[in-house]
Design a protein around this ligand. Structure first.
Ligand code: ADP
Length: 356
């Protein structure tokens, strides 16, 4: 019996996306199936270029098709980041598929560092990424991006995000006078964020927009969250108990706003020592426990690395992914976990492929 397109498609229905727990046909990931003799040409579109399970999908597709008689499988893997098909505030930033807010219960836990490195990590997978720096209290982003003192370009009445390190970034620090303390109150912050970051900024088409929120749960981070069509939020915490209490408050803030929590990241988990051992400065694992208690995804832990601090101060974020393998691996794990959680949120696809 010769192999047909229908039989090949039926075989692909047995292949489950290991993260999304549904078959790849139902998930609308199969874009083409063409049988030529005993060769099957198949195109599978991943839901994010950062898909951590490419190899598993590739293996399972090949196995399923060989089981129904294919001798040769020509698989093309493409990626098209999914965005939410519906949701509130769809008229705000319609050119952005996913808005990811990065928050923390308090300052100094590495929230801005992680926001930037998430943006860089997603960009390195091939995604179009923007970074909105709304942290008015700790305007460290211009330094970390190496754009301190450089004003953004302007077209007409619009601000153009800096195109730097492959990402599109607008930092509140480069829009307000630097090195001067600002007293921001809720209503004023709301107006300023709306004007500076949304109305007057020309954001390009983006797969992911990472938003670095002001720390804490006061009215300033709340104002920014209320303006944005947030796909989900990430909470950064250090492992010691006092910091975790604050992180739980941050989780509650997002939940009250109706923003899904994509996960918790533990920063400064431990200090890797030159002899290969690990020094648990703050009690490693605390944030993971909190994630389990609250039934939320744990996206991973980031140890302390002098290189991370040095590269941040030097405005050289790609070095975090190039020079120190342990640092690169920790960041990549967090990035792929995050992309997976976003894909899960956007799971419902369009109509399935039908063979004509
Ligand atoms: P926040 O945004 O929470 O206030 P930052 O991202 O500005 O915190 O980080 C505070 C400082 O800690 C910065 O100097 C940053 O380089 C450093 N830092 C953050 N995370 C790490 C880490 N995992 N290893 C080493 N230094 C870190």
């Amino acid at each position: 019996m010769s192999l047909t397109n229908e039989a090949a498609l039926a075989a692909l229905r047995t292949v489950k996306d290991p993260e999304l727990f549904k078959d790849i046909v139902t998930l609308n990931m199969v874009k083409e199936v063409r049988v030529e003799g005993t060769t099957v040409h198949v195109t599978v579109e991943l839901t994010t270029p950062a898909c951590p399970l490419k190899d598993v999908i590739e293996r399972d597709v090949t196995t399923a098709l060989k089981r129904v008689g294919a001798e040769d499988v020509k698989l093309t893997l493409t990626a098209n980041t999914r965005g939410a098909s519906s949701g509130p505030k769809k008229d705000v930033l319609p050119q952005v598929k996913n808005v990811i807010a990065v928050g923390a219960g308090k300052g100094g836990v590495g929230k801005s560092t992680i926001a930037l490195n998430l943006a860089i990590g997603l960009q390195r997978t091939g995604a179009q990424v923007g970074l909105m720096d709304g942290d008015i209290y700790g305007p460290s982003m211009p330094t970390m991006l190496g754009i301190k003192g450089i004003p953004p370009r302007v077209r007409g009445a619009k601000i153009l995000p800096h195109h730097v390190h492959g990402i599109h970034a607008v930092t509140i620090g480069s829009l307000v006078e630097q090195d001067k303390p600002l007293i921001w109150r809720g209503p004023m912050a709301h107006g300023a964020f709306k004007q500076l970051l949304l109305d007057n900024t020309e954001w390009p088409e983006l797969d992911y927009l990472i938003v670095d929120l002001p720390p804490g749960t006061g009215d300033v981070p709340l104002s920014l969250c209320q303006l944005l069509p947030i796909t989900g939020a990430v909470v950064v915490a250090t492992p010691q108990q006092v910091a975790l209490d604050d992180a739980i408050r941050a989780v509650r803030m997002f939940q009250q706003l109706g923003a899904p929590i994509l996960g918790i990241i533990e920063n400064m988990s431990y200090l890797p020592l030159p002899d290969g051992s690990k020094h648990d400065l703050f009690g490693r694992g605390g944030a993971e426990q909190v994630a389990h208690q609250l039934n939320l995804p744990f996206l991973g832990e980031l140890p302390m690395f002098i290189e991370l601090r040095v590269n941040s101060d030097a405005g050289n974020p790609h070095a975090n992914y190039e020079k120190t393998p342990q640092l690169r691996d920790a960041l990549n794990q967090i990035v792929t976990m995050l992309a997976g959680e976003v894909s899960k949120r956007n799971m419902e696809g369009g109509p399935e492929l039908t063979i004509t």
